[in-house]
Design a protein around this ligand. Structure first.
Ligand SMILES: *Cc1c(COP(=O)(O)O)cnc(C)c1O
Length: 393
């Protein structure tokens, strides 16, 4: 036997030794406030199912009906074999919901970034990227071949400094930021960022995966939150978080969307999401357009939970959204905290490097409209018990 694969086991062992090995739990139930995890019923503080739509009867029914009519698969790539009317309907509905001219959907939010960025910039161009941008943005940036210049997190003044420093060295400029930062739950200062990109005539793209269905009026996203309609060139989003299904989207002016239909590689070379999922997404838009009830409940739950956690003495970081980081420092402590919570019947995962910076390990609690007040109180009691036991509070 050769030794050419020995490094794999060595790498895995080193992850385990440093407390960074991720033991993935097995779910045996539908998404909701409670889950069967590794055979045990536990309170769900993990998923991005912000509005409880992942198992909502209206979405399930829409998917079931469509499944019987359209079958399970999309058949082929949309640009080659034709696009189902359902995908176009979803895109029109999303554009209307978000108040933009047009939208295009992808197989996932990750794909939406990897599709969009290389279609907008290439090797003669430069990307101005928030230093904490999501991995899929980073990969999209690398794939584009454009030069990547980072600016300090959520800092419009630093963005301006970096743009000025690079003046005259590029053909096209593109600034990219997450809307809601998924590890900390803070918001990009998109209004200030827009002022800068507009002044220097740089394109502006925001990835609003955690803001879609959460921030803005009735969950219309971060552009709506700041009232920047028509000013942000490209809005990327996901249908897998608050929308409860799966898929990615890009919303913007009709020329950019038309360009993506011609040039975005995951659109041209990978099949679309299945029709039943698309129908479920349309049902999600229906719900969001009809009522703000779920979005309102999400925020009530989040505000209650965060206030109680802070009262108990936990450090919940910079969050201004339902994402609630519980800062613990070193990865082994965060992992132990997560295990102890699980023993108390609460499923809340720890996050360590490379998902978050070294020394900034945490438990990330994801609050949902699906949680009742009793659910949240039960979760809070578990945090209190484990927090005292591990001397965090
Ligand atoms: C989750 C997330 C994505 C990926 O979305 P998927 O639809 O799960 O692929 C992209 N960008 C950001 C900022 C995210 O938080």
């Amino acid at each position: 036997m050769g030794k050419r694969l020995d490094w794999v086991q060595e790498e895995l062992d080193s992850l385990k030794a440093s407390g960074l090995y991720n033991r993935i739990r097995t779910l045996g139930s539908a998404q909701g406030a409670w889950l069967i995890v590794d055979g045990r019923k536990v309170l769900n503080f993990c998923s991005n199912n912000y509005l409880g739509l992942a198992n909502h009867p209206k979405l399930v029914e829409a998917a079931r009906e469509t499944l019987l009519k359209y079958g399970v698969g999309p058949g082929a790539v949309r640009s080659i074999a034709g696009t189902m009317d359902l995908h176009l309907e979803l895109e029109q509905r999303l554009a209307k919901f978000k108040g933009v001219e047009a939208a295009i959907t992808f197989q996932s939010g990750f794909n939406a970034n990897v599709a969009t960025i290389p279609a907008l910039v290439g090797k003669d161009d430069v990307i101005f990227s928030d230093e904490l941008n999501h991995a899929s943005i980073i990969d999209g940036c690398r794939l584009s071949g454009a030069r990547i210049e980072k600016f300090a997190h959520a800092d419009a003044a630093d963005l301006e400094r970096v743009i000025r420093q690079n003046a005259g060295t590029y053909r096209r400029g593109l600034a990219i930021t997450d809307g809601v930062f998924s590890m900390d739950g803070d918001l990009a200062p998109l209004d200030k960022i827009y002022e800068v990109t507009n002044r220097y005539d740089v394109m502006l793209m925001v990835d609003d995966a955690h803001g879609e269905g959460v921030v803005g009026r009735g969950g219309r996203g971060i552009v709506d939150h700041y009232g920047l309609h028509g000013k942000v060139d490209v809005e990327v989003g996901t249908l897998s978080k608050a929308f409860g299904v799966v898929g990615g989207l890009v919303a913007g002016n009709s020329q950019i969307i038309e360009w993506l239909r011609q040039r975005a590689r995951p659109f041209l070379f990978s099949s679309a999401t299945p029709p039943a999922d698309v129908a479920a997404c349309i049902a999600a838009v229906d719900l969001l357009e009809t009522s703000t009830e779920l979005v309102d409940r999400l925020w009530e739950n989040a505000n209650y939970f965060k206030a109680q956690m802070r009262d108990m003495g936990f450090n919940t970081g910079q969050s201004v959204t339902p994402i609630t980081p519980v800062m613990l420092g070193e990865a082994p402590l965060a992992q132990q905290f997560s295990r102890e919570l699980f023993e108390e019947g609460v499923f809340a995962m720890s996050l360590g490097f490379p998902t978050v910076p070294q020394g900034k390990a945490r438990i990330r609690v994801m609050i949902s409209a699906a949680h009742s007040r009793e659910d949240l109180d039960q979760g809070l009691a578990a945090f209190k018990k484990v927090g005292k036991k591990l001397k965090v509070i």
